[in-house]
Design a protein around this ligand. Structure first.
Ligand SMILES: [Zn+2]
Length: 365
């Protein structure tokens, strides 16, 4: 089974976390232990290029992630040791560096950046036709998680030329353009202009991490293609980070695809980061299946549920489904969905078909 994972922070891991993702996951963990690196997710990562390949994750969305520090951001999100930039020039420089990381891996034949319909069709044929070999690069569409590296809305056009195809204006806290996770509020003053520019050049809007009011304002303002790259259901896990059923319905009306995230905090209720454990909650892939199933039930079909694992999003095995040792364990999800009565055709839609259809419609020629 081919998997399309709509949310991986590969460059953030490669550059900011200084991980050599060409190694096996076990070797990266050993290396971090040998270097005595302390902190969340160190020595416990679950994603590497060999693991993606073994799991059948041939296609996906890879992010640029370089957040701005703001004194008014949600408390608690700057104490994890993750980079926060003091000004937009720093965030811009970091994101451009992350893009250069992808270009270097493309040079080495590990990755290929997908920026057109034709490139997507070619990579989908390679990965889905059973002809992918050990030499076939992993294909990724470029997105930006939190638009702080876009120095001004006028710069959207430059980012488009550099290959960026999807933008999520917000991340945790308040970004330059919007209120995000854990901060109630709407778009910031430059948000509408950012969305206008995105629409003008053909950029897809990712609603993941938008605060509720910002979600409404963004969908009112922006009439182009929308997706939710890594987003679960508030009906199952009550928190503003998840989508309400009304939001899911609104996204479905817009033809969106919603990627199920594998972060334990978004899979089961009452998870407290750094405290709750995988063992005490029993968090597992069956919970991912619950969120997928909920989207399918709201939609009345399997055309909008998909995957956006976020498995390298600043957490590791300590905050992932217990039956995921590495991302190569993704095929276990197929077994679970089958046991719940999903047909192979439906599972193929969820695993890759919905994202390939979406981007086949919305990438440029
Ligand atoms: Zn995220």
């Amino acid at each position: 089974m081919l998997f399309f994972d709509a949310h991986l922070d590969l460059a953030w891991n490669g550059v900011d976390w200084n991980r050599d993702l060409k190694l096996e996951v076990a070797d990266i963990r050993e290396r971090e232990k040998a270097l005595n690196l302390k902190g969340k997710a160190r020595g416990a990562n679950t994603v590497s290029y060999p693991a993606l390949r073994r799991g059948g994750v041939g296609l996906g969305i890879a992010t640029l992630l370089a957040r701005l520090h703001r004194s008014d951001q949600a408390p608690g999100f700057q104490v994890q040791g993750f980079n926060r930039y003091e000004d937009m020039a720093g965030a811009f420089g970091s994101a451009r560096g992350q893009l250069a990381y992808y270009e270097a891996l493309q040079e080495e034949g590990v990755l290929r950046l997908i920026s057109t319909k034709g490139q997507l069709a070619e990579m989908a044929r390679a990965w889905n036709g059973g002809v992918a070999t050990a030499e076939t690069p992993l294909g990724f569409i470029l997105s930006m998680e939190g638009a702080d590296p876009i120095i001004h809305p006028r710069q959207v056009e430059s980012w488009w030329k550099w290959g960026l195809r999807v933008v999520g204006p917000a991340h945790y806290g308040i970004s330059t353009y919007s209120h995000g996770t854990a901060t109630p509020g709407g778009l910031m003053p430059l948000g509408p202009e950012l969305l206008s520019e995105m629409r003008r050049v053909g950029m897809v809007l990712d609603v993941t991490h938008l605060a509720d009011q910002a979600f409404d304002e963004a969908l009112d303002k922006y009439d182009g293609p929308v997706l939710a790259s890594h987003h679960n259901c508030r009906a199952l896990v009550p928190d503003q980070r998840q989508l309400t059923d009304d939001q899911i319905r609104r996204l479905i009306q817009r033809g969106a695809v919603i990627g199920a995230a594998f972060d334990a905090w978004m899979l089961v209720p009452r998870w407290v980061r750094g405290k709750t454990t995988v063992e005490e909650t029993g968090v597992a892939l069956r919970h991912v299946a619950d969120h997928i199933d909920h989207v399918c039930q709201v939609a009345g079909n399997c055309r909008h549920a998909a995957l956006g694992t976020d498995l390298d999003g600043g957490f590791g095995a300590e905050q992932s489904p217990g039956d995921i040792e590495t991302i190569a364990d993704l095929p276990k999800l197929v077994v679970i969905l089958k046991s719940r009565g999903y047909s192979v055709a439906d599972i193929e839609q969820i695993a890759h078909g919905n994202w390939i259809r979406f981007f086949g419609e919305h990438l440029p020629d």
